[in-house]
Structure formats: C-alpha cells, structure tokens
Design a protein around this ligand. Structure first.
Ligand SMILES: NC(=O)c1ccc[n+]([C@@H]2O[C@H](COP(=O)([O-])OP(=O)(O)OC[C@H]3O[C@@H](n4cnc5c(N)ncnc54)[C@H](OP(=O)(O)O)[C@@H]3O)[C@@H](O)[C@H]2O)c1
Length: 273
C-alpha cells in the first residue's frame, strides 16, 4: 500500500459526507464517493481534486446489493482496497405514529442500517486480509431515545449503533477498528427541513465533519458531539425515568419538519417505495 490512505465515503453528495471527503482530500488521500445524485457526486469529485485528493466516483444507492458489490470491486481494481470506510449515507423523515407507515420504517432501515451492512460486508474481508482498517458508521444522538415523530429514524440509528458495537467487539484483535459516530445537529440538506427551534447547538458542516474525522483518527469507540447535547442526551435524557421522558417528549412534539422529501411523501401517500 502507498503512503496515501484509501477511503470510501457513502452518501457524499451533500452535507457531512461531502465535507468529510473534502477534509480528507486536503491530506492528499484517495476518496471513493457514493450517492445517487450524479451531478452532486461529480461536484464532490471536483472539490476533492481541488483540495488535492484523488476521487473515484461511484454513483448509486446503498440499498442495491449488486451496486454496492460493484462499487467495491471498482475500488479494489483501482486501489487494491480501502483503509477507512465511512458509512454515512442516511435518510431521516418525520412520521407521527398516528399515521404509522411500516413502509417508511422499512425504507429508513434499508438505507440507514442495511446500507451500512452491505458496505461492511463488502469491505471487511479485504481489511481482515490486510490486518488493518477502520469501519466508521454515522449513527446519531437520536439513537439514545425514541424521539417524538422520529420513530423510524431513532430506531434505525439505535439498531446501527448496536450493530457497530457488536462488530467492534467481534473484531477486537484483528487490526480492524470500528468507530460509532453520534452527531448532534449539523447543518446539511437533512437538517435544512427541520424546525430551527428543534436543533439546539446546531453546528456548521465543516465543524461537524472535523469532529467526525478527529474521532475516527483517534480510533474512539464512540464519538459524540457537540459535548453540550451529547452529555444531555447521554446522561440526562438517556437515563431519565420513562414517565419523565414521556412528559418532556410530549412538550417537544409540537416541533415538526416543514415538509417531507418527495421520496417520503410518495411512501406516506401510497405506502410503497
Ligand atoms: N446533520 C445532522 O444533524 C445529523 C445528525 C446525526 C446524524 N446524522 C447522520 O449523518 C449522515 C449524513 O447526513 P447529513 O446530515 O449530511 O444529510 P444529507 O446532506 O441529507 O446527506 C445524506 C447523504 O446520504 C445519501 N443517501 C441517502 N439515501 C441514499 C441511498 N439510498 N444510497 C446512497 N446514498 C444515499 C445522500 O445522497 P443521495 O441523495 O445523492 O443518494 C446524501 O449524500 C446521515 O447518516 C445522518 O443520519 C446527521
């Protein structure tokens, strides 16, 4: 392997994923980027090149097994494998349980949980063979409790965090580290549709991406930020008695997303993806 690190960042067409890719590109690393919006992906590739990195553009979805396998095959052919896999692709949609749609839950899990699983399955044999690597999954502070009107998202991130934790302990001693990243609120396309009052300690995208990269670099088992919100979620809200949490959550339930994405609106309307 050359002195350059080889990284795949899923969901790099906007927000945290794009910014993480650009920050790593400033080190001259090789960055493979995935996402469905081809024009945005090409823009990320241009930003990577301008920052001094080398981009590999892999347009496609993390919900497609064949596409993920083909993407990894392209990385392997180009660079021989990866050193870091940053599994960042994710969706977050509002769903009040009074309008429960199992299909919205299935779609959210398919992207947020199984999307990461497909990539872990793809990259892990190569990392185990080389005896080194980092798998970093972008979970969320929303994993700590079932947030109001966010059942699919909170549940998917709780599942992802548990999955990453099990993977981490299983891989102990192999040279492959697993990092679970739990951001608070960071400016991105995902959070642009949120009620601003629902996002305390909202971070700028570069600061959020820098916190992710620093946490991975330090091989922290679990990275959470910003500290104000993460401590509140972990130690106050996370361990709050259920009756007190219900009261607090109900107080916050007036906060709503402004509008669903086109994809989520279709699922909510017809009940199918
Ligand atoms: N921003 C926050 O406050 C915050 C807080 C906690 C956790 N997170 C997590 O951080 C990650 C990045 O989110 P973000 O805030 O940066 O939002 P974002 O700007 O909306 O970025 C989401 C990325 O995921 C990609 N994506 C969505 N569905 C995909 C699919 N089926 N296949 C491949 N890529 C897909 C999107 O690309 P395409 O649409 O082009 O496919 C986009 O690049 C997510 O996992 C999110 O849950 C964010």
């Amino acid at each position: 392997m050359s002195g350059y690190k080889r990284v795949v960042v899923t969901g790099a067409t906007s927000g945290l994923g794009r910014e993480i890719a650009v920050q790593l590109a400033r080190r001259g690393w090789k960055i493979a980027v995935t996402g469905r919006r081809v024009e945005e992906l090409e823009k990320t590739a241009r930003l990577i090149a301008e920052a001094g990195g080398e981009a590999l553009v892999l347009p496609g979805s993390v919900v497609d097994d064949g596409e993920v396998r083909a993407h990894y095959a392209r990385i392997k052919a180009a660079w021989g494998g990866v050193d870091w896999a940053i599994l960042n692709a994710g969706v977050s949609e509002y769903m009040n349980a009074k309008e429960f749609k199992a299909e919205l839950v299935r779609w959210t899990f398919d992207v947020n949980v199984l999307g990461a699983c497909r990539w872990i399955e793809a990259v892990l044999p190569g990392m185990l063979e080389q005896g080194s690597g980092v798998v970093a999954g972008i979970s969320s502070l929303a994993a700590f409790r079932g947030l109001p009107s966010s059942g699919p998202y909170s549940a998917s991130k709780a599942a992802l965090s548990a999955l990453l934790e099990s993977t981490r302990v299983d891989l102990r001693g192999t040279g492959v580290d697993v990092v679970t990243v739990c951001p608070g609120f960071v400016k991105s396309e995902m959070t642009r549709r949120n009620d601003p009052r629902s996002m305390p300690f909202l971070m700028e995208t570069p600061a959020g991406a820098a916190a992710v990269v620093a946490g991975i670099e330090a091989r922290r088992r679990v990275v959470h930020f910003p500290w104000q919100l993460s401590y509140a979620m972990k130690y106050a809200v996370g361990s709050m008695p259920d009756f007190a949490y219900d009261w607090l959550a109900q107080k916050l339930s007036y906060l709503r997303r402004k509008e669903p994405s086109a994809e989520a609106a279709r699922i909510m309307r017809v009940g199918g993806a």
